[in-house]
Design a protein around this ligand. Structure first.
Ligand code: XBP
Ligand code: MG
Length: 252
């Protein structure tokens, strides 16, 4: 079976967005609203169990702030906080504050040159994706992706597979001719549920996640002069991911 397309998660996979991107953006939105909510690095790691920013705020209140009396318009308040959070994230990303992870730009350029089709499947808000790509990957780079499936456009966020099903449907592709890229257990459950062979690159928040079912688990995609580490799966004898590596992985 020939490899035709690559589907990428964004947060944690294309860029390390969570600790120094989404987290401070949430905290800024809370502070702007005069709330004494503050998510430190460790607490945020726990909150990442729930995908989606609005869902994460509600989870925080339910699990960590039993003292908080929800107002009648709580859903509206959460939506407003989340809009403010999105503005803060966009400002951060627009200042180039969130670089792509090692090997990401190189691999995307190689994949395009090889004629592969590219897509994004993420739970994050579309605006976060476009601003991140524009400022960290390069001007016009959102056009590299034939489909950007993001945020609230599906009924259920990861670990549900909805967003991957949607991306595949929009591309008119079977999962067997694609590879997915993820960084988290929720993301991997989503991609595997859609029948996609999945390459995982971990980050500080996801190091100890359960990646059972992944085609391979790597520290990062690596560069020819900055080798990655193999954490689980086959040793394909090359310490960085390129098109040859992906074709071999896909055939296995
Ligand atoms: C990403 C998420 C998102 C981001 C925040 O998960 O869970 O909620 O943390 O984005 P994945 P929003 O990488 O598995 O897609 O605040 O825009 O939801
Ligand atoms: Mg992710």
């Amino acid at each position: 079976m020939t490899l035709h397309a690559l589907l990428f998660d964004v947060d944690g996979t294309l860029a390390d967005t969570e600790r120094d991107g989404h987290r401070p953006a949430f905290n800024q939105a809370f502070a702007d609203a005069g709330l004494d909510w503050h998510w430190d690095v460790a607490l945020y790691g726990k909150l990442l169990a729930v995908t989606g920013g609005k869902e994460r705020i509600k989870h925080y209140i339910d699990q960590f702030r039993p003292d908080y009396k929800k107002p009648a318009n709580f859903d509206e308040l959460v939506a407003e906080l989340h809009r403010a959070k999105t503005r803060h994230f966009a400002t951060l990303a627009a200042h180039g504050g969130i670089p792509m992870r090692p090997g990401v730009k190189r691999l995307l350029i190689e994949a395009r040159a090889a004629g592969l089709r590219l897509a994004i499947a993420t739970t994050t808000t579309l605006e976060n994706v476009t601003v991140l790509l524009e400022h960290s990957l390069g001007s016009g780079s959102q056009d590299w992706f034939e489909v950007i499936a993001a945020g609230d456009i599906v009924p259920a966020k990861k670990p549900a597979s909805d967003i991957y099903h949607l991306a595949l449907e929009k591309m008119g592709l079977e999962p067997a001719v694609c590879l997915a890229f993820e960084d988290s257990e929720n993301g991997l459950r989503a991609s595997l549920g859609a029948g996609l062979k999945t390459l995982v690159t971990v980050n500080d928040y996801t190091l100890d996640h359960d990646f059972t079912g992944a085609a391979v688990v790597l520290s990062d995609l690596g560069e020819p002069d900055a080798p990655n580490r193999l954490l689980a799966g086959p040793d394909l004898g090359q310490p960085f991911v390129d098109m040859a590596y992906l074709r071999t992985l896909h055939q296995r």
